[in-house]
Write a protein that binds this ligand. Structure first.
Ligand code: NAD
Ligand code: ZN
Length: 353
């Protein structure tokens, strides 16, 4: 079969591989809709997780099951499914402790395009199908549902880690697709003021539609000063980091009230350290918490998030700015994600109509 792969750090291309084989609990799926992720860009062009050779890329997919293992109970060939980016080993001790993302070791619940071939292939393998796949609900288009695999669940996880409570004031730093979903998640969880930090006009417009109440342009002055001025010098209850760099933590801590929380979902692709400013962190005693996490995966999470689409509480179609028809366009879609033209939020490749 054909797949689009990371050949080595900085190099991508089409390769041929054997079709994957399903173990007793697994499924083999063919993609209906796939999307590249900014994380694929960090992985290939920053070498952020280290060297990988001939590893098929991609971890965002909606697909059709072509084969299931002998122990799979709830799915059969022909079922259309949402495939989460993170597919944990649910029996692991890490999963039992509540951190399925790290089943088998740090970040090891993230298998596609990290520890095994990803979804940019004619066929891909899903471990523990009953626990990791979710049926695509009737009436939801694959190109919208593929946003659930990673963008929705990750943005929402930022809001979960920041522990948004009713009435909280929240800053969301970075409003690419993940940050936009952090805005939507914070809004659904009951935030009051949502200050979205971004600059591109289309992202700003959509951030407002998802619930941002104020926009802060990081290209027009220091964002800490802007947040402080908008909050009468008090700062905010919560910050979600979905963009920026290693210095962004210093800004996030500075704009946080004592007792505040930061939820980081940004993938820190470069550099050795992040900065925590001593005084602004309350000289070690400010009760300002930082939680950074890999997005959750699994069937339950996907089913719950899909139900927000079914009930009309979440519309992911606004994220999808570029649609390609035909599996062979995945290379173009990935390069678009790398180059990030100003009008891009998220490209999707429809593998078949
Ligand atoms: P993106 O590049 O589209 O969006 C990031 C945005 O941040 C951009 O619009 C950029 O202009 C903006 N930005 C850059 N510097 C900034 C600054 N100093 N202040 C404010 N904004 C700034 O990326 P995305 O696809 O939305 O993904 C966001 C991050 O989430 C990426 O690092 C991605 O790898 C990561 N990610 C993490 C997980 C996870 O499991 N935690 C999952 C998916 C993606
Ligand atoms: Zn991703």
């Amino acid at each position: 079969m054909k797949g689009f792969a990371m050949l080595e750090i900085g190099k991508v291309g089409w390769i041929e591989k054997d079709k994957p084989v399903a173990g007793p609990l697994d499924a083999i799926v063919r993609p209906l809709a796939i999307a590249p992720c900014t994380s694929d860009i960090h992985t290939v062009w920053s070498g952020a997780i280290g060297e990988r050779h001939n590893m098929i890329l991609g971890h965002e997919a909606v697909g059709e099951i072509v084969e299931v293992g002998s122990h799979v109970k709830d799915f059969k060939p022909g079922d259309k499914v949402i495939v989460p980016a993170i597919t944990p080993d649910w029996g692991s001790l890490e999963a039992q402790s509540g951190y399925s993302q790290h089943s088998g070791g740090m970040l090891s619940g993230w298998k596609f395009s990290n520890f095994k071939d990803g979804v940019f292939a004619e066929y891909f393998h899903v471990n523990e199908a009953d626990a990791n796949l979710a049926l695509l609900p009737e009436g939801i288009k694959p190109q919208d549902a593929v946003m659930l695999s990673d963008m929705v669940v990750t943005g929402f996880h930022g809001a979960e880690m920041a522990d948004i409570r009713l009435g909280d004031s929240v800053v969301v730093i970075g409003i690419g697709p993940v940050g936009l979903m952090a805005v939507a998640g914070a809004n659904l969880m009951g935030a009051s003021h949502i200050y979205a930090v971004g600059s591109r006009p289309n992202c700003v417009k959509i951030a407002k539609e998802y619930g941002a109440t104020e926009i802060i342009n990081y290209k027009k002055g220091d964002i800490v000063e802007q947040v402080m001025s908008l909050t009468n010098g008090k700062g905010v209850d919560k910050v979600i980091i979905a963009g920026g760099n290693n210095d962004t933590f210093a800004q996030a801590i500075t704009m946080l009230k004592p007792g505040g929380k930061i939820g980081n979902i940004n993938y820190l692709g470069e550099g050795e350290f992040i900065k925590i400013p001593r005084v602004e962190w309350g000289v070690g005693m400010g009760h300002k918490q930082i939680v950074g996490g890999l997005t959750p995966g699994g069937r339950l999470k996907m089913e719950k998030l899909a139900s927000l689409m079914v009930t009309g509480k979440l519309d992911t179609s606004k994220l999808v700015t570029h649609v390609f028809k035909g599996f062979e366009h995945i290379e173009e879609a990935l390069m678009l994600m790398k180059d990030k033209p100003a009008d891009l939020i998220k490209p999707v490749v429809i593998c078949e109509d």
